[in-house]
Ligand binder design. Structure first.
Ligand code: ATP
Ligand code: MG
Length: 307
């Protein structure tokens, strides 16, 4: 499959700080690609470079196998940044028309009503957007991003600040764009559940370094080998839980009433964990191998656990 976006050893310093420390990954055409990572990890910086708003210090960058500075290549990208770039005093229709003109889209090629229909705003097309909800604005911003018929959509946290039903609507639009219009979608997000639902490929960036990258299904399978749930007959004493937490090799992920979740690393086997629990007098009812959720994968990679 062709690469929609190819990033190789990309580096960027800002104010003498290394913000991107040589990142590499590919987005294939047709992907819905999720770009994850904590606040300040470098997601928006990467996106700015992809959009030509920042210049990388070094590294290679290609969009659809072409140089990103080529103006033809630029037109293949539509984007929504954290600032949606919409004008409050204009109607939805006028906002899109405005961008159609900026992109030099000929009158005959303008499909404003179709775009508004796609984001389910046809009935509000003539309203000034001042009164729009955050979800409606984000949907309009998506329509606006599509005005010149790009092949790739780059979206910086497209559902951030949107309520759950609004998030579902935006996800449905993204899924539809990918499946029926063959768009490639690259989105950054903090919503792991969302990314798990719609993305087929992901990368996790942390402090300027890619920590995990690949096909989500494969990553989940690989991790599953190493994630286990142990159900116990009685609740595990606090002191023992503390002890388990202080043993990084066994990777205690979650603790609830009669259930412990482990993601052991290195040579630690599940049998080792079971026997050490048994030695402490804990009766084990069941030990199951679990398919890792993206959230578990994320917290294992970034070494954050819920208290
Ligand atoms: N113009 C700038 N000048 C200096 N430092 C910057 C600039 N823009 C971003 N940074 C720094 O670069 C780092 C990465 O920021 P970036 O906005 O890319 O993170 P992010 O992953 O998008 O975070 P968030 O999830 O909060 O949106 C941060 O430490 C930030 O302070
Ligand atoms: Mg950001």
């Amino acid at each position: 499959m062709e690469n929609a976006i190819r990033i190789k050893d990309l580096r960027k310093n800002l104010q003498n700080r290394e913000i991107l420390k040589g990142i590499s990954f590919d987005v294939k055409t047709g992907d819905i690609f999720g770009y994850l990572g904590p606040n300040g990890a470098g997601k928006t910086t990467t996106i700015r470079i992809l959009l030509g708003l920042f210049k990388a210090d070094s590294g290679e960058l290609e969009i659809l196998s072409r140089d990103i500075n080529d103006s033809e290549t630029r037109r293949k990208i539509g984007f929504v940044l954290d600032e949606d770039g919409l004008y409050d005093n204009m109607t939805a229709e006028e906002n899109i028309l405005y961008y159609a003109r900026i992109y030099g889209v000929q009158k005959s090629g303008r499909n404003i009503s179709k775009l508004l229909e796609m984001v389910e705003l046809s009935d509000r097309a003539g309203d000034r957007i001042r009164m729009y909800s955050k979800g409606m604005r984000q949907r309009l911003a998506l329509a606006r991003a599509m005005v010149h018929g790009p092949e790739i959509l780059i979206l910086d946290e497209p559902t951030s600040g949107v309520d759950p039903s609004g998030q579902i609507e935006i996800r449905n639009i993204m899924k539809k764009l990918a499946s029926t219009e063959n768009k490639t979608i690259f989105l950054s997000s903090h919503n792991l559940d969302e990314v798990q639902r719609i993305c087929n490929r992901i990368a996790i960036i942390d402090r300027g370094t890619i920590r995990l990258y690949g096909e989500l299904e494969n990553l989940r399978k690989e991790m599953s080998k190493r994630v286990f749930i142990i159900k116990t007959a009685q609740s595990v004493p606090e002191a023992l839980i503390d002890e388990l937490k202080h043993n990084p090799g066994i990777g205690l992920q979650e603790v609830s009433e009669n259930e412990l979740v482990f993601s052991p690393s290195g040579n630690t086997e599940i049998s080792d964990i079971i026997s050490s629990l048994s030695k402490k007098g804990i009766k084990i009812e069941e030990a199951i191998k679990k398919e890792a959720t993206l959230e578990e994968l994320y917290s294992a990679i970034l070494k954050v656990t819920e208290a």
